[in-house]
Every structure is written in structure tokens, then in C-alpha cells.
Design a protein around this ligand. Structure first.
Ligand SMILES: O=C(O)CCC(=O)C(=O)O
Length: 318
């Protein structure tokens, strides 16, 4: 007689229907929040290693004179050869091989998906941003501080908040064939620049930044995308513990307010793209969109040199 399996042998590593749950969550919300945190010990270990590489204080930044001597607004994000995560490649298995992450992404993108980009993202607290810089960037929609950071520290992306945007913003002429996976390496409260996600906003497809959003009540926004119509979207604030992970569609609006805590917020951000030629869960999601899957122009907030040419910010009023 064969032995009865013990109860734990019957428990799959992930819920058997996780893949379908994710597809349904994407169809409805344009996002899925994972129930189970990623390994908190591995998060803490990676966080300590990241923090040991620099002091995340005012020393990150150029002086005003240094910046004005040669303003560089483009090419200031992590890139191959200048990306802090390249040093920690052997420490990322807790994300990339986590069963729920692998199963969920496979359901959406099919097998053989590729990591397009991965990086450390830092929400910089007000006390670390020099006064001259805070004055300059006040009211800007996209406060990616890379332009003002010393070149040796541009292996991380630093934000002082970013208005509601789609991750398609960086991929002119590319179809929404990729997802964003975002992981908190420590607890993130309201004060730690949590992600604000507009559930269901992906339904209108690609849309030029900045977006047409009108607040209607405490947590809802009316979102308008030209000829593609309107949708009422509910704002979800992604506070979470160490290892919290969320994944969203390239057309899902999200943003952050400036970090109001006295310490930096450190996260991991992955873009994961499909390679599979056959049908995928994402095809079912995209088939329901009422707007375009790609854009020939993704933003109109920047001048030719890459500096901000409009002052407006919606997420800071959320
Ligand atoms: O981490 C942040 O503050 C913003 C990240 C974000 O929205 C992005 O990188 O697209």
C-alpha cells in the first residue's frame, strides 16, 4: 500500500488558479497585488547591500553651480554597465525564481518571457534634496532626479515623486507587450512614497502624458483619453510590508508623491516582456482595451533638451 501523502505535500507552492486570477485581475484592474510577500530575509539582505554602497543623503547631488555648468537631462538613468543591480545578480533569485512570480508572469506573457530592464528605485526624502533643487523642481510632473545626481550614483533611479503615468511612456512605438513588477525591500507606509495605482485605467489603452484626470470624491478619478472615452478609476495606495510585490499593465496609470519620511524608500523595478508567439493571457487583457496598444508620441511635458516645460502635478493632490 502506498503511504498517504502528508497534508503539506498536497499544498501546491502557489494557488492552482493563480495564473487565471492574475489574468482576471489584469482585465478588471490592470494590476495584480501578490498575496504572499517575497522572502523577507532575502529582501533585508539585498537592502543592506544596497545601502552599504552609498549614503542616500544630500551627498548624492551635484551643487547648483556644478549642475548649471553643464545641464544633462538625458542619459541619466541606470543602463547596461552602470546599473547597481548588476553587482547583485546572484542575489535576485528570490524575485526572479519565486514560484508565484514565475507562474503569474507565465500566465500573462507565456513561457520564455524576457527581463527588459531591472533596477533599484529610490524615493529620496525631502531632507536629502538640497534646497536649491527643491525650489527648481517644485510642481514638476516628473521628478526623476538623475540629472542632478553625481554621475557615479546614476546606477540607481532617484525620484522625488512622479505624476500619474503609464510605463509605456518610455516606449514610443512599442506595443504594450510588457509588464512592470515592483517589489518593496522594506515596509512602505503612507509616508514612504507608496505607489498610487489607478485601478482599471489601462482600459483606455495608451494615452499621452500628462493625463486628463479629474478627482471625483475621496478615492475616484474620472480619466479621459480623447476619442477613446472615459473611465472612472479607483485609486489604490500600495502600502505594504517587506517583500510586498505588485505587477501592472504598461497602460495602467500610477505615480508617487515625494517621500515624506526621514529616510529613503528603496524598491526593485522590473520590466518583463513577452517573447512567446502563441496566445497569452495578455492577449485576452489587451483585446478588452478601448484605446491604442501603442503610441507614436508618449509625452509632451519635455522641452527639446529634456527639461520640464510644464508645471503641473495631479498625484500630489491625491
Ligand atoms: O518609485 C517611484 O517613486 C516611482 C516609480 C515609477 O512609477 C516608475 O518607475 O515607473
Amino acid at each position: 500500500m502506498t503511504a498517504m501523502p502528508k497534508p503539506q505535500d498536497l499544498t501546491p507552492a502557489v494557488r492552482p488558479d493563480l495564473g487565471e486570477t492574475m489574468v482576471q485581475d489584469f482585465i478588471r484592474d490592470g494590476a495584480h497585488l501578490f498575496d504572499q510577500p517575497l522572502d523577507p530575509g532575502a529582501c533585508a539582505d539585498l537592502l543592506a547591500r544596497i545601502k552599504a554602497t552609498r549614503d542616500f543623503g544630500a551627498g548624492l547631488f551635484l551643487t547648483e553651480d556644478e549642475f548649471d555648468a553643464d545641464p544633462q537631462y538625458t542619459g541619466v538613468n541606470p543602463r547596461p554597465g552602470r546599473n547597481l543591480l548588476e553587482r547583485f545578480e546572484d542575489r535576485l533569485g528570490f524575485v526572479e525564481n519565486d514560484p508565484q512570480i514565475v507562474e503569474g508572469i507565465t500566465a500573462l506573457l507565456g513561457p520564455d518571457y524576457e527581463i527588459l530592464n531591472k533596477k533599484v528605485v529610490c524615493g529620496v526624502p525631502a531632507r536629502s534634496v538640497p534646497e536649491w533643487l527643491r525650489q527648481r523642481i517644485l510642481g514638476n510632473p516628473v521628478n526623476n532626479l538623475g540629472a542632478y545626481v553625481r554621475p557615479q550614483y546614476r546606477d540607481v533611479t532617484y525620484f522625488y515623486g512622479i505624476d500619474f503615468h503609464q510605463d509605456l511612456i518610455d516606449y514610443k512605438d512599442r506595443e504594450a507587450d510588457f509588464l512592470t513588477l515592483y517589489v518593496y525591500l522594506h515596509p512602505v507606509t503612507h509616508a514612504d512614497a507608496p505607489l498610487y495605482l489607478l485601478q482599471g485605467s489601462h482600459a483606455l489603452g495608451g494615452s499621452m502624458f500628462p493625463h486628463n484626470l479629474t478627482r471625483i470624491g475621496d478615492t475616484d478619478w474620472l480619466y479621459h483619453n480623447g476619442a477613446h472615452g472615459d473611465v472612472v478609476t479607483r485609486q489604490k495606495i500600495l502600502t505594504g510590508d517587506t517583500g510586498f510585490a505588485a505587477i501592472w499593465h504598461a497602460c495602467t496609470l500610477h505615480g508617487t508623491q515625494p517621500d515624506a519620511a526621514d529616510h529613503e524608500r528603496i524598491s526593485l523595478r522590473y520590466l518583463v516582456a513577452r517573447r512567446h508567439q502563441g496566445p497569452t493571457g495578455l492577449d485576452r487583457v489587451n483585446a478588452k482595451l478601448r484605446g491604442p496598444l501603442s503610441l507614436t508620441s508618449t509625452r509632451n511635458d519635455l522641452a527639446a533638451d529634456g527639461s520640464a516645460q510644464i508645471k503641473a502635478n495631479t498625484v500630489n493632490r491625491a
